[in-house]
Design a binder for this molecule. Sequence first.
Ligand SMILES: C[S@@+](CC[C@H](N)C(=O)[O-])C[C@H]1O[C@@H](n2cnc3c(N)ncnc32)[C@H](O)[C@@H]1O
Length: 225
Amino acid sequence: MACLKASPGRRKGENYVSEQISSRRAQMILFAKNFVKHPLMLGSLIPSSRFLIRKLLGRIDWANTDLIVEYGPGVGTITVELLKHMRPEAKLVVIETNRDFVDFLQETVSDPRLHVVHGSAADVERLLAERELGQADYVISGIPFSTLPAGVGEAVAQATHDVLKPQGRFLVYQFSPAVLQYLEPVFGHIERGGEMRNVPPARLFFCAPRMEAETPDVNVPKAAS
Ligand SMILES: C[S@@+](CC[C@H](N)C(=O)[O-])C[C@H]1O[C@@H](n2cnc3c(N)ncnc32)[C@H](O)[C@@H]1O
């Protein structure tokens, strides 16, 4: 379903393996160049490992998934794997602040289920509403919460909670536990994990939305005594 777009000079029968290698090389170079330009926005020098991706995607119930949102797809390392497993009717929205990565994804990944959006994860509610895509089954995020501008971490956590279906999950991979300060006040349950076979080793947080009954009564007036 997902495929690399044909390049103009591509010959019939050209070696598929060498195409894969040069495509991987192009991804690594683009990613590293952007790390040099925006180290705090990227948070790592190379894309996620296949071990990390396998662990994240192992959490997805593919048969019952209509909508997945990915924050910070970068060069599409996770995006392409998601598209390989998703049902033909499912949709994937990837939201990326970096224009180079948005252009790269639009030029290289061709799949009618994929919506590539240039924007911030903090605006996920508006971005989904504009496309009439409804609530998400999964949101996947590797955006570097520990170095985001002030207020963005809180906004992303709350907006993500609000776009998830009640049975949905926020699947987060990070290189530091700092993200917990944003996740804990918002999500009802957070399961922790890790993957050492990644550079750098990654921490995983699988977050379930708060149930109605768990919502703090902050807006409920106190009964007169
Ligand atoms: C660690 S990289 C992850 C790249 C890729 N998903 C991977 O696993 O290899 C973090 C990505 O988040 C993007 N990013 C940072 N802040 C963002 C935000 N507020 N909204 C959307 N993307 C953001 C960066 O541009 C970068 O592409």
